[in-house]
Design a protein around this ligand. Structure first.
Ligand code: PLP
Length: 424
């Protein structure tokens, strides 16, 4: 296919994320990816500032990941998980239990982040039934959150500014509480803390669970907050028999400087979702983990009625095992600190630039918030012209690069962001 043919066929037939049909602005055809670079069909190389949406933490075509998937392909690419088991899945479950906060013991492997949130929600509703509290079927969450695109996760996404406002009248009605004050290092606000406690207490009798993204609210607005509020949630939910679900799909596997963002607060949720970087971005895999107490509650009602066809896909599990081995053996924490410093140095000067409302960095995440909606095609093209791949949304131009991004490439990313800010 020529690039022109491909784009015409793409426009006529292929749906892209959050896009109309036929699609508006043409996508950039990509033909290969290696290290931290994407190769476009016209021969240009772009440094990937997005890690393919938080996932490709080791970059592309990493020899250890390539090898793990190829070796697994030689043994078996997929088998059903009902009535069968295999070592890639069992090894992965053991690693996740070892690495996640203490107390999470049981692992449900599924095929996308949204499905893992569905499973976490199902676990919480079923747990409450098992404990004799079937009336507890609502969820509470912070405004400004994002938990996925299937129906129950959509119901806990931000109801106004978020992506799913179209569905307000069909989604389950959940309890929304104001998001925590902005800033990972901001002083704790006792007034906010009291309001948070009061909201959970007021609704406790009807709540199955509280679900939040710990420390970083991602696609709902790229906001950071103080870990203290996670401790507050842990205390108040435990006191009222409400489960606490942490959605670590974006934050997991080192992105905030800890293996998992929950560690900043030193708390264990009852249920935790991971995905995205789980396989180093190689294949689609996610997991919902829970405590023995949750599993016992569920068992009192029978089975957990969930079982996707591609549950625990061996290729994806092999990639995840290799990615975790790389993290365990490697220097990701040092790299995340280095990237954090590079992002502060490179993005800090944008703080006073025209149209810029805020600049913030946490771990290997850098965000420039504008005072207006980004002109997406113009901002993207300006970054591409600088050899950088970015995908801004709403008023946000941001990056979460692969941990293996070197200093020169990082400087290229921050200059690409500056160009996007000027154009967008
Ligand atoms: N939860 C969070 C915090 C996310 O950032 C995302 C994806 O961006 C999801 C859930 C949904 O994951 P997936 O896109 O794999 O379904």
């Amino acid at each position: 296919m020529t690039p022109e043919e491909m784009l015409a066929t793409d426009r006529a037939h292929v749906w892209h994320p959050y896009a109309p049909m036929p699609s508006g602005t043409p996508p950039y055809p990509v033909v290969a990816a290696e290290g931290v670079r994407l190769r476009l069909a016209d021969g240009r190389d772009l440094v990937d500032g997005m890690s393919s949406w938080w996932a490709a933490i080791h970059g592309y075509r990493h020899p250890a990941l390539d090898r793990a998937v190829t070796e697994q392909l030689g043994r078996m690419s997929h088998v059903m998980f009902g009535g069968l088991t295999h070592e890639p899945a069992v090894r992965l479950a053991r690693s996740l239990v070892e690495l996640t906060p203490p107390g999470l013991e049981h692992v449900f492997l599924c095929d996308s982040g949204s499905v893992s949130v569905e499973v976490a929600i199902k676990m919480s509703l079923q747990y409450q039934r098992g404990r004799g509290r079937p009336e507890r079927r609502r969820l509470a969450t912070w405004r400004g959150g994002y938990h996925g695109d299937t129906f129950h996760p959509m119901s806990v996404c931000d109801p106004e500014g978020g992506m799913h406002h179209l569905w307000g009248d069909v989604l389950p009605r959940q309890v929304f509480v104001a998001e925590p004050p902005a800033g990972f290092d901001a002083p704790v606000d006792p007034g906010y803390e009291a309001a948070l406690v009061e909201a959970v207490e007021r609704h406790a009798g009807e709540l199955a669970a509280v679900i939040v993204e710990p420390v970083v609210q991602g696609a709902g607005g790229m906001r950071f907050h103080h870990p203290h509020y996670l401790k507050v949630l842990r205390e108040i939910t435990s006191r009222h028999g409400v489960l606490l679900i942490f959605d670590e799909i974006a934050t997991g596997f080192g992105r905030t400087g800890r293996w998992f963002a929950a560690e900043h607060a030193g708390v264990t949720p009852d249920v935790m979702c991971v995905g995205k970087a789980l396989t180093g971005g190689y294949l689609t895999l996610a997991a919902a983990l829970c405590t023995p107490e949750v599993a016992e509650g569920i068992s009192a009602t029978g089975v957990l009625a969930h079982g996707p066809t591609f549950m625990a896909n061996p290729l994806a599990c092999a990639a995840a095992n290799a990615s975790i081995e790389l993290l365990r053996a490697g220097r990701w924490a040092e790299d995340v600190r280095r990237i954090s410093a590079g992002l502060r140095a490179g993005l800090g000067p944008l703080a006073g630039a025209p149209g810029v409302r805020d600049v913030r960095v946490l771990g290997a995440i850098g965000v420039v918030q504008l005072g207006h909606e980004v002109n997406l095609p113009a901002a993207t093209a300006a970054a591409v012209d600088r050899g950088v791949w970015l995908r801004p949304f709403r008023d946000l131009i941001y990056t979460m690069p692969p941990y293996v991004t070197g200093d020169e490439d990082l400087a290229r990313i921050t200059s690409g962001i500056a160009a996007a800010v000027a154009a967008g």
